[in-house]
Design a protein around this ligand. Structure first.
Ligand code: SAM
Length: 244
C-alpha cells in the first residue's frame, strides 16, 4: 500500500466504477472560472466545444478520434493550450488529448483549434483523472504535466497532482520508451517529483547532467506560466522520465 492509498498494479486499469467512486470522493482544487468569457469565447464554448471534446463516458477509442494518427500524447492542465498547440504543430502525425478544468483556458484552446484548423487535438473540460482510467494501456508516447499547481503548504501536499496513484496511471498509459515530462518553477515540487519517481519501478529519470534539467529541450515548447515565472525571476526545472 502506498502513502496515497492502495496502488493499483501499473498494468491494470482501475475498473471504471472504482475510479468513478474514487473521483467522487476526491476534489479538484482551484478556480474553474476566471475572468468572464468574451462574447466570442462564450459562443465558441457553446457551439464548438463539444466537437473538439473527448466523449463524456466509456472507454476512449483513440483510433476513432484520430484515424490518421501514428502516436498519442496527453497533457494535464494545459492552461491556455500554448504547449499543446505547439506540440500538435511539431507532431502533426500524433493525436493529442488535453485536460483543463479552467473554462477560460478551454475557450482559448478551442479558439486556436478553430483558427488554425488543428485536426489533432481533443480536450476534456475537467479533471485529467476522469479521463486517464478510460484510456487503454500503453497507448501514449508522451504524458505532459507542466507547472502543476504547487500547493506549497505541507498540509496541502496531498492535493498535488504528483501522487503514487496518478504516477501509476501514467505508467499504465505510457508505452515502453514513452516519456513523462514534468516541469516546475518550485524547487520543492521538483524534489517531491523526484522523490516519487526515482523509486518508481516503471520509470527511469533521463537526466545525465545538470544541464538536462536546467535547460528546456528544443522539442519542449514554453508555457505561459513558465514565461510568467521567468519574468518574476524564477527559473524552472525540466524533468524527463522514460517508461521502462
Ligand atoms: C499553474 S497552471 C499551469 C498551466 C499550464 N500548464 C502552463 O504551464 O501555462 C496549472 C493548471 O493545471 C490545472 N489543473 C489542476 N489540477 C488539474 C487536474 N486534476 N486535471 C487537469 N488540470 C488540472 C489548473 O486548472 C491550472 O490551469
Amino acid at each position: 500500500m502506498g502513502k496515497d492509498g492502495p496502488r493499483p498494479g501499473v498494468e491494470t486499469p482501475l475498473p471504471l466504477t472504482q475510479a468513478d467512486a474514487e473521483l467522487r470522493r476526491e476534489r479538484l482544487y482551484g478556480r474553474r472560472v476566471g475572468k468572464p468569457l468574451r462574447a466570442h469565447q462564450q459562443s465558441l464554448i457553446e457551439t464548438r466545444l463539444a466537437e473538439f471534446s473527448v466523449p463524456q463516458d466509456g472507454p476512449i477509442d483513440l483510433r476513432a478520434m484520430f484515424p490518421k494518427a501514428s502516436a498519442f500524447a496527453f497533457e494535464v492542465g494545459f492552461g491556455g493550450g500554448e504547449h499543446l498547440v505547439a506540440q500538435a504543430n511539431l507532431h502533426p502525425e500524433w493525436g493529442f488529448i488535453g485536460c483543463e478544468p479552467f473554462i477560460n483556458g478551454a475557450a482559448k484552446l478551442v479558439a486556436r483549434i478553430v483558427d488554425e484548423k488543428l485536426p489533432n487535438i481533443r480536450l476534456h473540460l475537467g479533471d485529467a483523472r476522469e479521463v486517464m482510467p478510460r484510456l487503454p494501456e500503453q497507448c501514449l508516447n508522451a504524458f505532459y504535466l507542466l507547472f502543476p499547481d504547487p500547493w506549497p503548504k505541507a498540509r496541502h501536499h496531498k492535493r498535488r497532482f504528483v501522487t503514487a496513484r496518478n504516477l501509476d496511471q501514467a505508467a499504465r498509459l505510457l508505452r515502453p520508451g514513452g516519456e513523462l515530462r514534468v516541469a516546475t518553477d518550485i524547487a520543492d515540487y521538483a524534489r517531491w517529483t523526484l522523490e516519487h519517481l526515482m523509486p518508481h519501478p516503471a520509470f527511469r529519470w533521463a537526466a545525465e547532467h545538470a544541464a538536462d534539467w536546467r535547460n528546456r529541450p528544443a522539442d519542449w515548447p514554453a508555457t505561459r506560466y513558465e514565461q510568467k515565472a521567468l519574468r518574476q525571476g524564477r527559473h524552472s526545472t525540466y524533468l524527463r522520465f522514460i517508461r521502462l
